[in-house]
Design a protein. Structure first.
Lengths: 217, 217
DNA sequence: CTAATTAGTTAGATTCTCCTAACTTTAAAT
DNA sequence: ATTTAAAGTTAGGAGAATCTAACTAATTAG
């Protein structure tokens, strides 16, 4: 049985490698992700290596073993199912779900998570649009298209966000956007690639950076 | 912010005093309740006293302060709401809910618990029939009548259990009883006060001990 | 290719929860 | 009332997760 902390380290390694595209992570990168000091990470990596959850050697990069990946994926699955529960059943807002799910993801009960999955109707994406791995650890296909890729004049529907930090989510909501919002791209400013879009009949101008963090179909 | 462990000690003191009727608890009693050694309890009591959560002095009994009682009641409220959720929404059985609720009761989020309460329709009793304190910490009136008190020939409805250990709950289920089961008392054996009852058309004979652990109306 | 910078490690300390073993106080029994 | 048993405490220690400060290895820039 893994401790909360061990689970968090495994999850951090999984998230880092998935988000960065790199096959492995460094001590400092993990330290800042987990908000601890590098020395602490080194200690934990040794422990996880002894438990055969990560491949790691002194001064080298870390990656998950098969067993470590299985554990990490399971934690991610729990996290995203709980986020879905909070959003869909308990009327939490978008930006509130993460913090509570960080706690709920560590509850140990395989029955609980399978029942919750069933209760929610086996969702494949969480409220941020991130894919929820199934009970075998398989991910649904990732969203690829981003608001910045939509041609002028075309319409699209928002399905997810790439950045899920609180400030960004607040900004998204302020612009009137949410999951399933319909967006029409009215104009593209050549100078800085900012976009003028229409949401619910209101016009907004958003930066390229913003538009690259909104997934659409 | 209290740790999981501190919360468990406060809850144990509350449960002990409620169940025993006594106004305070001893070190050994708590130790066996919490499954730790008495020395460990002594350490923790000093810590809780420093935090003004319990009234305690060397070689004396422990009781909760106002603040300690508030915390303990809150934990109990969370525990029982989660049990209700697991039983009513996720199809857990009676004897499975406790273990998982032991973990869920420590999740920190006042919003979560108020939303959960609303989602469940503000229940006043959990699946074991124990009262759920409301958000102000007030308990619903306790059930008083027990199967052993029902007169021969009379019928009643089961609303709760006094003993909620797994073996007892299994036995209860085996007899075909559950919450809201209708029970008719057919006969009383003078010799050992055992009762012959009818449940769903089937007759069973149960001991006095059993009958004293079933709450009815 | 050296020098400087960045990344990573080690050693030693701290806090938390828990333990054992030995001791002390309180309560019970004769 | 003295002895014995039960209840409770203290001291010292262990493992987990964290820190700081000092060190070492790897990488990058000139």
């Amino acid at each position: 049985m893994l401790s909360f902390t061990e689970e968090n380290y495994l999850k951090a390694i999984l998230k880092f490698t998935m988000e960065s595209g790199k096959p492995n992570a460094g001590t400092n990168e993990l330290a800042s992700h987990l908000d601890v000091k590098p020395a602490t990470v080194t200690d934990m990596l040794k422990k996880l290596r002894d438990k055969k959850l990560v491949d790691y050697e002194k001064y080298g990069k870390v990656s998950l073993t098969k067993s470590g990946k299985k554990h990490a994926t399971e934690v991610l699955r729990k996290h995203r199912l709980w986020e879905t529960f909070l959003y869909e059943k308990l009327e939490f807002t978008w930006d509130e779900v993460h913090e509570v799910a960080e706690q709920l993801e560590h509850i140990q009960s395989s029955k609980l998570i399978e029942k919750l999955d069933k209760f929610l109707g086996h969702p494949t994406f969480d409220p941020h649009g991130d894919p929820i791995p199934n009970s075998k650890g398989e991910f649904s296909v990732e969203h690829k298209k981003v608001l910045a890729d939509v041609a002028v004049g075309k319409s699209c529907k928002m399905v997810a966000v790439k950045d899920s930090t609180t400030p960004f989510l607040h900004y998204v909501m302020k612009v009137g956007l949410g999951l399933s919002s319909k967006i029409k791209v009215l104009a593209l400013q050549e100078y800085d690639n900012s976009l003028t879009i229409e949401v619910n009949g209101t016009q907004h101008t958003v930066s390229q950076k913003f538009a690259e963090n909104i997934y659409v179909v």
